[in-house]
Design a protein around this ligand. Structure first.
Ligand SMILES: Nc1ncnc2c1ncn2[C@@H]1O[C@H](COP(=O)(O)OP(=O)(O)OP(=O)(O)O)[C@@H](O)[C@H]1O
Ligand SMILES: [Mg+2]
Length: 467
């Protein structure tokens, strides 16, 4: 039974399509993905959304979907995962005792739960499939055909060592982890060897688009409109899911045009670019130097990025200047959950070792931190530059190689993960990507800015003294 027949079968997926007429574009997509015959209407949709001429004629090994928010990506990922796991037998490709895995990778736990709910509902409510489930854990289902459906989050550590019948990547333009500067490429690279032993294995990546970079943009740029390349299907939210009203899209466009054009219009954003390349940042890192101990005749600066302890890390960076160079000496990060007072106490001990009595911090995030630092004998000075300006002024220090960083992949990945955005009015802002973090980068940008200031002030004092 092919997937379209399964979708129409009253005892299989049909109950999930209450109004089948709203799923026309999805049916055309599924026909293309599995190389099924198409009627004229489907062929027209296929040509419109792929820019290709000839229908594929066979199932795809790799396909990409660039589709707007609420377009039905996660639901169809779950549907395809259940279909590929339950309706095929991969045993001929497996060693005795081995299982085939259909893996769905979501951005984060919340997205993974959405997909798991879809998968569980299908396995629970479709009698023939329910009988196949041998074991149901929090995030996976072992079936009696030696296949496992697993739903995970974007982490390339957990993706090694499996034999994949299919890997379905949801929202990969928004995968973020401090473990890799480019988690989408890192995870795809980790997965591909696991797909080699099953010749029919399928890699399916779906996402709403974001900036013009990363694996999704790359695939779109390279494959869209090419008949002999992996399938790329690009569609707006309403093209895939006409139940979303135009007024929802219009309101979003009014609020933030560039963002809504990406979210609902499935257009890659032209207003967002990389802040700095990995090569530039790597060139500023002293490899093998994790911390520089305090030296008696150096005057140190410190910058803190406070956090209330439930969502973000709280970070501290200590640095100094030496001639033209600004040098990072020490970074500290405490990940949530934590008690802010105890982290302030811990940071105060570190500051004491570097003889620092005044720490700088963000104006907006840091108001609460003044009192606890004061109690420890440390003045908390509000930074006169907003975060975005600290990054703007960090850039020339990185580009010229005058910044000397410590060996921390998290720090490098956070700096490289920053995005520069220019609004329609020409205003520039630099911030982490959606779902990303920049707590370490923020503290380091702050302390290098502060060190550059002491360098300038120190220079003036010297000159004045000379005269
Ligand atoms: N073509 C369609 N017709 C009717 N309902 C649809 C259609 N496509 C999706 N839906 C419904 O729209 C909702 C959103 O679907 P889903 O979560 O799969 O979208 P998504 O693209 O993953 O969204 P998000 O971008 O928010 O993650 C679900 O309730 C789904 O059942
Ligand atoms: Mg989704």
């Amino acid at each position: 039974m092919n997937i379209l027949e399964a979708c129409q079968h009253p005892k299989i997926f049909a109950p999930w399509f209450k109004k089948p007429e709203t799923y026309g574009a999805w049916q055309a997509f599924l026909a293309a993905l599995f190389g099924l015959p198409m009627d004229d209407e489907q062929l027209e949709l296929y040509r419109h959304h792929t820019g290709r001429k000839e229908p594929p004629g066979e199932a795809q090994r790799e396909a990409w979907m660039v589709i707007g928010r609420r377009g039905g990506k996660s639901f169809h990922m779950a549907l395809i995962a259940v279909y590929l796991a339950c309706f095929f037998d991969y045993r001929e490709y497996l060693a005795p005792g081995e299982r085939a895995t259909v893996l769905v990778i979501a951005t984060d736990r919340r997205q993974a739960r959405v997909i798991l709910r879809y998968v569980r509902a299908m396995l629970d409510n479709i009698a023939v499939l329910k009988d196949m489930v041998e074991r149901d854990t929090a995030d996976s289902f072992d079936l009696n055909n030696f296949t496992t459906i697993e739903v995970g989050t974007a982490s390339f550590r957990s993706t090694r060592g499996y034999t994949y019948a299919a890997v379905l990547c949801d929202e990969l333009a928004f995968w973020r982890t401090d473990d890799a500067a480019e988690p989408d490429y890192a995870i795809l690279d980790a997965i591909r060897p696991g797909m080699a032993s099953i010749p029919t294995s399928m890699l399916l990546c779906a996402s709403s688009p974001h900036a013009r970079r990363g694996a999704l943009w790359d695939a779109f740029k390279r494959y869209f409109g090419k008949d002999d390349a992996p399938l790329v299907w690009k569609a707006t939210t309403r093209e895939m899911n006409p139940t979303i009203s135009q007024s929802v899209v219009d309101r979003a466009l009014e609020r933030d045009h560039a963002s809504a054009m990406a979210e609902y219009g499935a257009e890659f954003r032209a207003d967002i670019e990389d802040f700095v390349s990995i090569e530039v940042v790597e060139a500023c890192v002293s490899r093998g130097v994790y911390e520089r101990p305090p030296v008696s005749n150096i005057r140190y600066c410190a910058f803190v990025d406070p956090s209330g302890g439930s969502n973000d890390s709280m970070t501290l960076a200590i640095g100094h200047s030496e001639g033209e160079r600004v040098i990072l000496d020490c970074v500290r990060e405490r990940k949530p959950p934590f008690s802010p007072e105890s982290v302030v106490a811990e940071f105060a001990d570190t500051l004491a070792k570097y003889r620092v009595r005044e720490v700088e911090g963000d104006r907006y995030a840091g108001e609460w931190a003044r009192e606890p630092f004061r109690k420890k004998g440390i003045a908390y000075k509000l930074s006169d530059k907003p975060r975005s300006d600290l990054y703007r002024d960090l850039l020339p220090m990185l580009n010229s190689g005058t910044a000397d960083l410590l060996d921390s992949d998290r720090l490098v990945n956070q700096i490289v993960g920053l995005e520069r955005r220019v609004s329609r009015g020409g205003k520039e802002s630099i911030d982490h990507a959606p779902g990303g973090h920049d707590d370490l980068a923020n503290a380091v940008a702050g302390v290098l800015n502060a060190s550059a200031v002491t360098r300038r002030v120190g220079h003036e004092v010297e000159i004045t003294g000379f005269y």
